[in-house]
Design a protein around this ligand. Structure first.
Ligand code: ATR
Length: 277
């Protein structure tokens, strides 16, 4: 029997056990996936004891993603690009391996919902410059986008991120986020604005190219004010829940040996849980 879990501090509200539990049932796998509250001063010890605890690996959430990355012996390109890991497993030698599957999750869902997002050779706009922004910037660069514009409330953070990724990434003033995105192929919110209805990004979609795809990584509520406003202007939208579901796929495959499918049934199950919360 294989065991995995998600660790964080706090961890109560994680939806990962519901996602992995759905797949364990669906594929009739003799395994378990639980959540563990690990305080910051216990993370080193927890990771050192993974194998002794009988764990094949774990998902990692706030505030442990950087520490998980630092402890890993083998790191996939996505984790190296982001400097943080959300998925850990032990290889055949018992060495700790790390990936950041947010890049995969975001890009996979974007492609499934808006297959032709890259049809026009146009820039992409990213709102925010934190860890999630790094994962998504990396995804667009890997997908061959010529210019990724990063808009962040505090300018230095946008500059630091752009500097880390090179000349295809351009730091932009926060005030320009609408005006400098009108010709864009995709606009993504990676900030926490809109989470549980808090705050507003004050985007003006009036002059946006009709093919632009607007996406939000916030998934509580499922339809954020940003998504609603973009729809009102007739733009295509991509919600944040799909990224959450797809980022879970590589970990499940590592630990349990089956590549799971993100089904509409799974989407509806987690959506109902979010709506009930
Ligand atoms: P994560 O790793 O999940 O991306 P983070 O590193 O805390 O989280 O980054 C949060 C992002 O949301 C940052 O880009 C932050 O902007 P600052 O760098 O200026 O702090 C952005 N953010 C949070 N609240 C915001 C607000 N009210 N308006 C604009 N941006 C906000």
């Amino acid at each position: 029997m294989k065991h995995a879990c998600v660790i964080g501090w706090p961890i109560e509200h994680s939806r990962s056990p519901a996602i992995h539990g759905y797949w364990l049932d669906r594929y009739r796998i003799d395994g378990s996936y639980t959540k563990r509250a690990v305080p910051p001063d216990a993370i080193d010890g927890f990771l050192d004891a993974l194998s002794a605890e009988g764990l094949a690996g774990c998902n990692v959430t706030i505030p442990h993603k950087e520490k998980a990355f630092a402890k890993a012996v083998n790191r996939e390109a996505s984790a190296l690009a982001v400097g943080a890991a959300n998925t850990l497993w032990l290889d055949a030698l018992g060495e700790l391996c790390a990936a950041n599957t947010d890049t995969y999750g975001y890009m996979t869902y974007l492609a499934s919902e808006a297959r032709d997002w890259a049809r026009r050779d146009a820039p992409v706009s990213i709102l925010g410059a934190g860890g999630a922004a790094r994962a998504i910037v990396y995804g667009f660069l890997e997908a061959g986008v010529g210019e990724v514009r990063v808009f962040n409330r505090s300018a230095e953070r946008a500059e630091t991120l752009a500097h880390a990724f090179g000349s295809r990434v351009k730091p932009m003033p926060w005030e320009e986020r609408s005006r400098a995105s009108t010709e864009g192929a995709v606009l993504v919110n990676t900030t926490s604005v809109g989470l549980k209805g808090a705050g507003s990004l004050d985007m003006d979609f009036t002059d946006f190219h009709p093919d632009c795809v607007v996406s939000d990584i916030v998934y509580v509520p499922l339809e954020t004010a940003l998504i609603r406003e973009a729809r009102r202007h007739g733009l295509r939208t991509v919600d944040g829940l799909g990224m959450l579901l797809h980022q879970a796929v590589p970990g499940f495959e590592q630990w349990f040996g089956v590549r799971p499918e993100v089904t509409s049934e799974l989407y509806d199950l987690i959506a109902a849980d979010i709506e009930a919360a």
